[in-house]
Design a protein around this ligand. Structure first.
Ligand SMILES: *Cc1c(COP(=O)(O)O)cnc(C)c1O
Length: 413
């Protein structure tokens, strides 16, 4: 089958050549990597940036006066500026480095939540959240006596906006929602929902873990109060994430962890807090993390989200058409606005067997509940197989997947 026209303008071969891990055989077959919603592969520039840092610049940051410490401090803070520009935050004071999305949400649920949420208050999430945007709020509800409300999704996996609106009220203190579902691929209209949430006085957190590597992020346009994402999905290293918060809100929020770096002064009687964003970065940070993340961000910006989005949309359409044409295969998650995730089940075959058999063909997909068990419950299934796309995937990858799925039916049938 010929490649759709939109893909012709995008030099996917040139992009693939920059990801060394893509160029390998798995069980004797060329690797087809379709587990991008779990983590993406890393371009050479990211690997090189981390390596160069450890080979030349490694030192602890912020307090040193020697050359290496000054260099490392500058690289760390330059990376913060790269992240600021990437999400269009007003200021680097609004950019806190974390370990990952999970830590970002926990900081908000603990530090902001314990200060602002009381018994009888309500936290509103959606039915398609990742566990990391469910459990911290459940824990906050346990501590505070607040109530967790869940906005439902329809049979295609789209958020039911009218139901979301009905669940908003004067007691809603926090609305925490994903921008793009990792289990279903649903795109959530978070800007519109943020306006509705603000109208009742709620604070808004957007989980941008999936969205951040498929679309350009503009936290000012979204107007959310908090935005979190994780470096390892934006083609960056693991162990680094970002918590964005509006300055006034972060200013009014007490620190999450105490220790070095986050203080202004310390005596045994009392300590004062450092300025933003350091108040939320206790201890020696993952210095090479932001440096690697900044290299990833520059790489992505160099290609541009317009091209990435055009390529991935065409690929999603192609994959959806080919997979839904297979007898005995059902796609779970068919919302009108979708991106880059195809979850599916096959008649009479457990998703785990799908994953194992396609792996023998060199194809990496994820199987399971995708850290979204309530989504599986909603569709009455224990698990799905999930193919998820990134900028380096091709129509040939999809063709290989479809052949591997036919093989699954042969073996299991
Ligand atoms: C991956 C993911 C997370 C969690 O990211 P971590 O890096 O594991 O903290 C949260 N939400 C969504 C939507 C995700 O896809």
């Amino acid at each position: 089958m010929a490649a759709p026209g939109a893909l012709a303008t995008f030099d996917v071969a040139a992009i693939r050549s920059q990801f060394p891990a893509l160029d390998q055989l798995v069980h004797g077959k060329p690797l087809v990597y379709l587990d991008n919603a779990a983590t993406t592969q890393k371009p050479q520039v990211v690997i090189d940036a981390i390596r160069r840092y450890y080979e030349h610049d490694n030192a602890n940051i912020h307090r040193g006066v020697h050359a290496l410490s000054e260099r490392a401090s500058k690289m760390y803070e330059d990376a913060r500026e790269d992240v600021r520009a990437f999400i269009n935050a007003r200021s680097t004071t609004e950019v806190v480095f974390t370990r990952n999305t999970t830590e970002g949400i926990n900081i908000v649920a603990c530090a902001w939540g314990d200060e602002n949420v009381a018994a009888g208050d309500e936290i509103l999430i959606t039915a398609m959240e990742h566990h990391s945007n469910i459990v911290p709020w459940q824990q906050l509800c346990k501590r505070s006596g607040a109530i967790l409300k869940v906005a439902p999704i329809d049979d295609r996996g789209a958020l039911i906006v009218e139901a979301f609106e009905q669940l908003l009220g004067p007691r809603t203190k926090m609305v925490a929602m994903t921008q793009l579902s990792n289990a279903l691929g649903t795109v959530v209209p978070v800007a519109e929902l943020t306006t509705k949430a603000h109208a009742v006085g709620a604070t808004v957190l957007v989980d941008g873990s999936q969205a951040a590597y498929h679309f350009a992020t503009d936290v000012q346009a979204l107007n959310c109060d908090f935005f979190v994402f994780t470096g390892h999905k934006v083609y960056g290293p693991t162990g680094i994430g970002v918590l964005y918060g509006k300055e006034a809100i972060l200013e009014a929020t007490p620190p999450f962890m105490g220790g070095g770096d986050m203080i202004g002064s310390v005596t045994f009687e009392e300590s004062t807090w450092n300025v933003l964003p350091y108040k939320f970065e206790a201890g020696t940070p993952h210095i090479s993390g932001p440096i690697g993340l900044a290299a990833a961000i520059r790489f992505v910006r160099g290609i541009g989200f317009d091209s990435i989005h055009a390529h991935e949309s065409a690929l999603l359409a192609y994959a959806t058409e080919r997979i839904s044409a297979m007898p005995g295969v059902t796609i779970i998650g068919t919302a009108p606005v979708k991106a880059s995730v195809i979850s599916f089940v096959m008649d009479g075959i457990h998703p785990h067997d799908i994953g194992t058999i396609v792996d023998r063909e060199g194809v990496a997909v994820r199987t399971g509940h995708h850290c979204a068990q309530p989504v599986m419950d909603r569709f009455g299934i224990p698990a799905t197989a999930r193919a998820s796309l990134a900028m380096y995937n091709t129509t040939a990858d999809i063709d290989t997947l479809v052949r591997a799925l036919a093989r699954v039916q042969e073996v299991m049938g």
